[in-house]
Design a protein around this ligand. Sequence first.
Ligand SMILES: NC(=O)c1ccc[n+]([C@@H]2O[C@H](COP(=O)([O-])OP(=O)(O)OC[C@H]3O[C@@H](n4cnc5c(N)ncnc54)[C@H](O)[C@@H]3O)[C@@H](O)[C@H]2O)c1
Length: 309
Amino acid sequence: MSQSTIVTGGAGFIGSHVVDALLAAGNSVTVIDDLSTGDRERVAAGAELRELDIVDLPALRAVVEEVKPNAIYHLAAQASVVASVEDPGRDCEVNVRGTLNVVEAARVCGAPVVFTSTGGALYGDEAPMPTSEEWTPAPLSPYGASKWAAEAYVKTWSLSSGIPHAVCRLGNVYGPRQSPHGEAGVVAIFSHHLHVGQAPKLFGYGKPTRDYVYVEDVVRALLAATGKRGTYNIATGVETDVLAVWDELREAAGSDIEPQLAELRPGELQHSRLDISLASRELGWRPEVPISEGLRKTYRALVEEFKKE
Ligand SMILES: NC(=O)c1ccc[n+]([C@@H]2O[C@H](COP(=O)([O-])OP(=O)(O)OC[C@H]3O[C@@H](n4cnc5c(N)ncnc54)[C@H](O)[C@@H]3O)[C@@H](O)[C@H]2O)c1
């Protein structure tokens, strides 16, 4: 049955893919985005874009009351670790206050919320691997702290309102439409370097590992989490080092550029690998795209995007 949905952050990298999937399934979609890092060009023609800041509760509530969504996918966020260190106040405002506003607006119309938190910036360096949702977070950055605080509001509002809200802690998401101009997102950054023929810097001498997950797998997980009450790691459970990502992309590009190796930046995690067994059991979800296939698909798609820039 066709549903009415809202995607906050729907002009962003992951949110725009969520919008596409919801439209393809026959739903109506309203995007709420302030276009701070988002791009209106990413929003599919079939969706309606409302340009507003989620920190503005009256404006947010007015849209939610008008749309009367059956579900809200809450991806709008201050999503940069570096920006969170430079301005922790704004990071807190958007990620904590903004999320409180979303669950508060959702309460009025009884809509379940699916909230995207982070599995990378939350658990800290001491976490055993693969890290399960049970591990007590020990974030290293204001961004990790604000996501953790926001999770608490989502869970508390779920309990007090009786509406089943879900928290999805994402691994390192990669795929088409990821911006190469941020500080994270090595797949997009490396792809851009390869496209323009520039050597990238591999921090930590290319050894740090991450749990990379393809954006389409993430979208399927967020849809599967709709109406569930729980906290789920959404990743692959597979650890890949930065050098292996570079090698794979370099092969896809047919390039022989050598990277520069540099020391790990302060505050950066050495390793990350998430336990995804809970999502598999409770959401019936598993990632389907192996990293080598995902990297090749991403490289091809990003190069087409770079040509239009
Ligand atoms: N990309 C990853 O690897 C990753 C990993 C873990 C968690 N996440 C989370 O997933 C979500 C989406 O991330 P992304 O990578 O697509 O980032 P993104 O920056 O591409 O998307 C965020 C979107 O939110 C919008 N936005 C920001 N502040 C807003 C505000 N105050 N009001 C309204 N809209 C606002 C931006 O304009 C942008 O369109 C975020 O919540 C992020 O924290 C991402």
